[in-house]
Design a protein. Structure first.
Length: 159
């Protein structure tokens, strides 16, 4: 009987020691695993938001610069207006001073009736949180490109 008592006592003691070792570790495991899962999702959301802003910027820059060119009174003012519209489109999405827009025409002068005006915009979006030492190994930017075509009104007065 004394031997059974000692083994039962030893068993209870072992259970209590094992239970005492596990106290609090679930919270630490939850925090560590939560961080390991949350940080990549957080980075993905930030990156996708930045790329979406860049996509909006190049699309708006191409569209608005073409529209501004078509409504200008002269080719020279059309170039200036299209550059100003593209600058505003890039700045509105958080890319001030970045990006470029090129205009091309199907006829000379560009604002001849039925002339086709093509606006092409480009932007390199830098991916966030990539350290400098990895930039040579990992792609650190995404190139975005957009085109828009406008036609000069058929009944536009020649100048």
């Amino acid at each position: 009987m004394k031997g059974l008592r000692q083994t039962a006592l030893a068993r209870r003691l072992r259970q209590r020691l094992n239970a005492a070792d596990d106290q609090g570790s679930a919270l630490i495991e939850f925090i560590v695993i939560g961080l390991l899962l949350t940080l990549p999702v957080f980075y993905l959301v930030i990156t996708l938001a930045r790329l979406q802003a860049g996509t909006y910027a190049v699309a708006a820059a191409a569209r608005e610069s073409s529209r501004m060119f078509v409504t200008a009174p002269t080719d020279a003012s059309g170039q200036a207006r299209s550059q100003a519209a593209a600058s505003m489109a890039f700045a509105d999405q958080g890319f001030p001073g970045e990006g470029s827009v090129q205009m091309s025409c199907s006829k000379q002068p560009c604002l001849s009736p039925d002339s086709v005006i093509r606006g092409v915009s480009d932007l390199d979006v830098e991916l966030p949180l990539i350290p400098d030492f990895l930039r040579g190994v990992v792609p650190s930017s995404i190139h975005l490109h957009s085109r828009h075509v406008e036609v000069v009104d058929h009944y536009r007065a020649r100048r």
